[in-house]
Design a binder for this molecule. Structure first.
Ligand code: 13P
Ligand code: SF4
Length: 327
C-alpha cells in the first residue's frame, strides 16, 4: 500500500529507528525542541501522544499558515509527506524534518505529475484548483491550491464563465459541486481512509444511538455525507463538537481527531464511524507511520529531511500563495 519509497519521493535518507525500551521520548523531544529552537507541527490524525508534544495542532490549512509564519530555526512536521513538502516550499531556507519519509497519501499517489500535466494540456481553458493532498510537482502544475477548509471559498471566487478542473479527490469534488452549484471536471482520486466507512454499519449505529449526530469529513463518499448533519474539515468538525449543544456524535473521519475532541469537549461522547471490514481502517496507515520514537530520532539526528528541487519549489509556491491570499 505504501508505494512511495524515499527515493521516489525525492527526499533524504530515512532515519534509522532503534527502539530504546523505557525511554521517556516525551521529555527528550521537549528538550530537543528547546535546544534546536524547533517548532513541532502536528496534524489531528497523529497519535495522541505526538499531538501532546506539538506546538501547533491543526488541519492542513492551519498547518500551512503556521508554517508560513514560524520564526523557529527548524520545522518538525508530524504529518504526511505532502504537508512537510508544503512547509518546505514556504520555508526553503529552513530544515524541515519528517519522522518517516514513507508517510505518503493515497490521494497524492493517485495523481502522478506526468498524468496531471497531460490532463491539463487536454483542458487548457480550465482553471485547476488542486487539493493540497498532492505532490509538489502537481502543485507546481496547478493554478490554485486549496484545502477542505477553504475550497468552497476559493471556488466561489472563480469567475462564473471559467471552467474548473478539480483534483485529486473526487469525493471532495462532488461535495463541492453540490455545495457551490459549479460544474467541475473531476480527477478520479480518493482517500483510502475516508472511503472505508460502511453505510450499513453507520445506519445501524444511528439506530443504536438515536441521540448521536453524524458528522463527516468531505473526503467521505456521498452516501455517508448524505447521513451527516454536519460536514467539514478536521478543524471545522472539532469546532462544531465544542459549540454544539448536543452531547453525542458519530464521527466519520480518521480516528486521530477523537483525541482532540475528547480534550476540547470533555464529557461528550464520540463514536468512531465503523469501517466496512473488521479492521482499523479508519486509522490512516500513512499518518500512523510516525511514532514518538521516530519523532525523537529524527530530531536527534536531524534526519530525515525534506529535500526538493528548487525549481519545483519556486513554481509550487505560486499556487500555495494564491490559496493563502484567497482564504
Ligand atoms: P484537513 O486537515 O484539511 O481536514 O484534511 C484531512 C486530511 O485527510 C489530511 O490528509
Ligand atoms: Fe491521505 Fe487520506 Fe491519509 Fe489524509 S487520511 S493523509 S487524505 S490517505
Amino acid at each position: 500500500m505504501l508505494k512511495n519509497g524515499p527515493k521516489e519521493m525525492g527526499v533524504a535518507e530515512a532515519c534509522e529507528v532503534e527502539e530504546v525500551p523505557g525511554q521517556d521520548y516525551r521529555e527528550e523531544i521537549l528538550g530537543l525542541k528547546k535546544k534546536m529552537n524547533a517548532v513541532i507541527l502536528a496534524h489531528y490524525y497523529q497519535e495522541g501522544e505526538i499531538q501532546d508534544v506539538a506546538d501547533i495542532i491543526g488541519d492542513s490549512l492551519e498547518l500551512s499558515r503556521r508554517a508560513a509564519e514560524t520564526n523557529a530555526d527548524v520545522i518538525v512536521f508530524a504529518g504526511v509527506h505532502f504537508m512537510a513538502e508544503t512547509a518546505k516550499i514556504l520555508n526553503p531556507q529552513k530544515p524541515v524534518l519528517l519522522p518517516d519519509l514513507n508517510a505518503g497519501c493515497s490521494l497524492a499517489e493517485g495523481c502522478p505529475a506526468d498524468r496531471f500535466r497531460a490532463f491539463r494540456k487536454e483542458h487548457p481553458d480550465h482553471v485547476s484548483i488542486t487539493y493540497i493532498n498532492c505532490s509538489a510537482e502537481v502543485k507546481a502544475a496547478s493554478d490554485i491550491i486549496c484545502t477542505s477548509s477553504n475550497a468552497e471559498k476559493i471556488i466561489r471566487q472563480i469567475p462564473a464563465d471559467r471552467p474548473i478542473f478539480f483534483a485529486p479527490d473526487r469525493n471532495l469534488g462532488r461535495y463541492l459541486i453540490r455545495k457551490t452549484g459549479r460544474d467541475m471536471l473531476l480527477w478520479e482520486g480518493s482517500c483510502i481512509v475516508h472511503e472505508t466507512f460502511s453505510l450499513r454499519k453507520l445506519v445501524r449505529l444511528q439506530v443504536e444511538y438515536p441521540e448521536a449526530e453524524v458528522i463527516a469529513h468531505p473526503e467521505c463518499e456521498e452516501p455517508v455525507l448524505d447521513r451527516a448533519a454536519f460536514i467539514g474539515s478536521t478543524s471545522a468538525l472539532l469546532k462544531h463538537v465544542q459549540s454544539s449543544p448536543l452531547r453525542s456524535f458519530i464521527v466519520a473521519t480518521e480516528s486521530g481527531i477523537l483525541h482532540q475532541m475528547e480534550k476540547a469537549a470533555p464529557g461528550k461522547r464520540f463514536i468512531p464511524a465503523p469501517p466496512e471490514a473488521n479492521c482499523a481502517c479508519n486509522d490512516c496507515p500513512y499518518m500512523k507511520l510516525n511514532t514518538m520514537e521516530k519523532l525523537y530520532r529524527c530530531m536527534k539526528n536531524r534526519t530525515p529531511q525534506i529535500v526538493m528541487d528548487p525549481a519545483v519549489m519556486d513554481k509550487a509556491l505560486i499556487p500555495i500563495q494564491r490559496m493563502l491570499s484567497m482564504s
